[in-house]
Ligand binder design. Structure first.
Ligand SMILES: N[C@@H](CCC(=O)N[C@@H](CS)C(=O)NCC(=O)O)C(=O)O
Length: 218
């Protein structure tokens, strides 16, 4: 059994929950963070000194202590190493590294260039405090990264190849919000096709296509 600490409206928690869903793992999840609080208690900080979500513990952890794991990228790799089968996470080093490369690229270039500079500005900032010029610049910057994804998706079904993999979790988990918020998006037809394919996946529907209204600042 995997225990997850983190609210379902956190994009990082969503990535992890999507992975858990794709791998068919059993879990218990506690709403922690943002309006639920609970992430600055001594007990929580002893698990994760950063006070951020998600944190997981896995009863199957071989160290016998269910040592807490934090940092979403590390959690995803842990779950993949422990529970996934190829082609989601290959046993072959080169193939796995190719997937890992796109996962890391997505975290750094897509999630980080979307969440704070765009999503937080559009949804988590009161309209009178939103800086439209800065938002437009951020959309342009993200757009140049999405051009790279577009080139990938014009030639293959998923971000790291023709099979769904860990890289799609890191890349695709921000797309529901990207396509749902009211912004002017650059044209990326292959990306739209890819996003539509993701929305057909039950675990994506359940864990990613989640209302973010509780985060909205009006
Ligand atoms: N680098 C960390 C970042 C974790 C993070 O910033 N989590 C956010 C939610 S996405 C958080 O805990 N925010 C504080 C809160 O929810 O109260 C990771 O990838 O897991």
């Amino acid at each position: 059994m995997i225990t997850v600490w983190g609210r379902k409206t956190s994009s990082n928690v969503q990535a992890l929950m999507w992975c858990i869903g794709e791998l068919g793992l059993s879990f218990t999840r506690y709403d922690i963070g943002h309006k639920y609080g609970g992430n600055n208690t001594a007990e929580f900080l002893a698990m994760n000194p950063n006070g951020t979500v998600p944190v997981i513990k896995d009863d199957n952890n071989n160290d016998g202590n269910s040592t807490p794991i934090w940092e979403t990228g590390a959690i995803l790799r842990y779950l993949a190493n422990r529970y996934a089968k190829p082609p989601f996470w290959s046993e072959d080093l080169e193939t796995r590294t190719h997937v890992d490369k796109w996962a890391e690229w997505s975290k750094i270039n897509i999630a980080l260039n979307f969440t704070a500079p765009i999503f937080w500005q559009v949804v988590r900032t009161a309209p009178q405090h939103q800086n439209q010029e800065e938002i437009a610049k951020a959309i342009d910057k993200l757009g140049s990264m999405l051009n790279i994804a577009e080139m990938q998706l014009e030639k293959q079904k998923f971000i790291a190849g023709d099979h769904f993999s860990l890289a799609d979790i890191q890349f695709g988990h921000t797309l529901y919000r990207y396509f749902d918020i009211r912004i002017n998006r650059p044209m990326h037809p292959a990306l739209i096709g890819y996003y539509n394919r993701l929305t057909e996946r039950p675990a994506f529907k359940k864990h990613i296509m989640v209302s973010y209204e509780e985060l909205r600042v009006t």
